[in-house]
Ligand binder design. Structure first.
Ligand SMILES: [Ca+2]
Length: 280
């Protein structure tokens, strides 16, 4: 499956790209076609693999990778392609901070630029609720936000960070995406948007279960497009909610929220919501 292409310019290597891809259960092949426009050539890659039990491992470009000393053969990216014949071990060009791409010993060494990692401290995400919360009885509230995909772009995936007082269920385009039960430790989840039923929009919907006292939810998402650009969605007063227990099927794109009220950006001094930290 084609994941992404970099822009084509001789200075591509100075700007790193970060991409998300769904993995298959037991067998995955990573392939890259690199075009050299002259002088030195190299590829620097690291992949973080996340498993359903929450564990993580990292795969890096090293001498276990293979290459072929010719233009990429047709279908070389296929998991069924035979890379035994004529394929050779790659040549190790050195670790990150290696000449000629840069020199760690040089005072002018520049870190490669990376897309920013989403966090609350650098976002404008606000705690929201249907009213300014006080000491309501335990109940649930629904929140929805419809993001319009800019014309000419295709949404590939969204990284979401979210925390709620006290529990939340996140749905994206009607499908369950995340659950959390802490207003101090946020959740981070990546949601694949490829194949969304309506490519023109992304629907974020959250049910929050307030166990009593203040209720609230804070949310930020980075929606990444096929050209590598991205836009941010943040919880705020333009989100839709109801002053009522969460309706069944509220998360479905077919359930309209035109009649819903705007969420209230709450007074955060009423909750203990100041130190919400998502995992990296
Ligand atoms: Ca509460």
């Amino acid at each position: 499956m084609h994941i992404a292409s970099s822009p084509s310019s001789p200075t591509d290597w100075t700007t790193t790209q970060r991409w998300y891809a769904d993995l298959l259960p037991d067998f995955n092949v990573f392939t890259v076609s690199v075009t050299n426009t002259g002088a030195q050539a190299g590829l620097l890659i690291a992949c973080r693999n996340t498993y359903d039990d929450g564990t993580i491992d990292t795969l890096v470009g090293d001498q276990s990778w293979k290459t072929i000393e010719q233009d990429p053969p047709a279908n070389f990216q296929s998991p069924l392609f035979n890379d035994l014949l004529n394929w050779v071990d790659v040549v190790d060009q050195g670790v990150y901070r290696t000449t000629p791409w840069d020199d760690a010993a040089s005072a002018s060494f520049d870190e490669l630029a990376l897309p920013p990692v989403l966090d609350f401290s650098s976002s404008s995400a606000q705690w929201i609720w249907d009213v300014n919360p006080g000491s309501e009885a335990a109940d649930s509230r629904a929140f929805k936000y419809t993001f319009s995909v800019p014309q000419g772009r295709v949404a590939k995936y969204a990284t979401v960070i979210i925390a709620a007082d006290n529990q939340h269920y996140l749905y994206v385009n009607g499908l369950p995406a995340n659950y959390g039960a802490s207003f101090q430790d946020a959740q981070r989840v990546v949601v694949n948007l490829a194949g969304a039923p309506d490519p023109d929009m992304v629907l974020f919907a959250v049910e929050v279960l307030d166990e009593g006292g203040p209720g609230g939810v804070i949310f930020a998402a980075q929606v990444v497009f096929d050209d590598g650009s991205s836009e941010t969605v943040e919880s705020g007063g333009e989100w839709k909610t109801l002053s009522a227990t969460t309706p069944v099927d509220f998360m479905n794109p077919s359930v309209k929220d035109n009649e819903w009220q705007n969420a209230v950006v709450v007074d955060t001094t009423v909750g203990s919501w100041t130190a919400v930290v998502p995992p990296i």
